[in-house]
Design a protein around this ligand. Structure first.
Ligand SMILES: [Zn+2]
Length: 333
């Protein structure tokens, strides 16, 4: 079988598949052989992941000490966990978009704040207190797979990163998380996209609080609506090869993005039908769609449902009715 990453390797970008403890499986870390030697993301903070990173670098005749720049794509812990270890051992610069800086520099506090915000959203949307508590301990247990890191180079949307042999344009694409950033090599028509676009899974726009935003769950961001806007911007780009944060490279990004648009339209319709049958909470909608939901999937599925009720709310097709702090969705005729 031909190596799907061969075209990237020809451009000097090597994929290192780093193990994670998460359902998503391995995370793609990219080594850009240029000056400085650049790593995009670093994998989760575990000995096993660090071994895999060192081994992968070794196979390419490099070592952690040689890395001069680490670029961070977004705030998720399967991407950021080893950034600090790599930067500390190599003295590398760490580059991240401005909105990601407070998150990664104060990782423990912001992660705890996010969990608190998530708990309020879950309670507001019909998930019971014991499930919320159970999920809080799961989330606590996973926290150590992330770690704080100092950012030495703050990026802004539209900035460029100049390496010896290439220029990467910094493009802010929030949605999958509030800090997603993709890096565009216009000369090679190549996009390092991390979790903004993944071939085999639709990138769940998890509800997360943008740094500095209100922690009132009634004012949560509309993650899916934001994500779809970001996808529309990416769709307009001239890209031949997308390097994702998980799974194989993507060609034909417009067709894949159109599939995603179609998928979300269909799911919003399905949810509108369920709401038209009778008013329901987002949690009841998730149960109607997926049956009995594992505790660990409760927030994920809730985010998925709320993303679509947001689209329906924006279109004036459903409304929220709040009773005793819990929201139900009702059809608008
Ligand atoms: Zn992610």
């Amino acid at each position: 079988m031909p190596d799907a990453f061969a075209p990237a390797a020809e451009a000097g970008i090597h994929r290192l598949a780093i193990p994670t403890p998460f359902a998503v499986g391995r995370v793609n870390v990219y080594l850009i052989e240029d000056e400085p030697l650049t790593l995009v993301d670093a994998g989760p903070n575990s000995g096993r992941s660090l071994d895999a990173l060192q081994r992968g670098l070794g196979e390419l005749d490099h070592a952690i000490e040689d890395i001069g720049l680490v670029i961070v794509t977004h705030q998720h812990i399967d991407h950021i966990g080893l950034v600090d270890i790599v930067a500390t051992h190599s003295g590398a610069d760490v580059a991240a978009i401005d909105v990601l800086v407070p998150f990664i520099e104060n990782y423990s506090e912001t992660a705890a704040g996010e969990d608190e915000f998530a708990a309020r959203i879950m309670l507001r949307h019909g998930i019971s207190g014991d499930v919320v508590d159970a999920l809080r301990s799961v989330s606590n247990a996973f926290r150590a797979w992330g770690a704080r890191a100092d950012v030495s180079r703050v990026l802004r949307d539209g900035d460029t990163i100049e390496l010896r042999d290439r220029t990467l344009e910094v493009c802010f694409r929030p949605g999958h998380s509030p800090t997603d950033t993709v890096f565009y090599d216009a000369d090679r028509r190549l996009l390092v996209a991390a979790d903004h676009l993944i071939r085999h899974i639709s990138s769940n726009p998890l509800i997360a609080r943008p740094p500095g935003a209100s922690d009132d769950p009634a004012e949560r961001p509309q993650s899916l609506a934001i994500y779809l806007e970001s996808l529309a911007r990416t769709r307009e780009m001239e890209v031949e090869l997308v390097l994702p944060g998980h799974g194989d490279p993507i060609t034909g990004h417009r067709a894949l993005i159109d599939e995603r648009f179609e998928f979300h339209r269909g799911r919003a319709e399905k949810i509108r039908e369920l709401i038209a049958e009778r008013s329901r909470t987002a949690y009841e909608l998730a149960q109607a769609l997926w049956g009995n939901i594992a505790v660990t999937q409760a927030y994920l599925t809730l985010s998925e449902v709320l993303g679509h009720t947001d689209l329906l709310l924006n279109a004036g097709r459903v409304r929220e009715v709040e009773d005793d702090g819990v929201v139900r969705f009702e059809a608008v005729a």
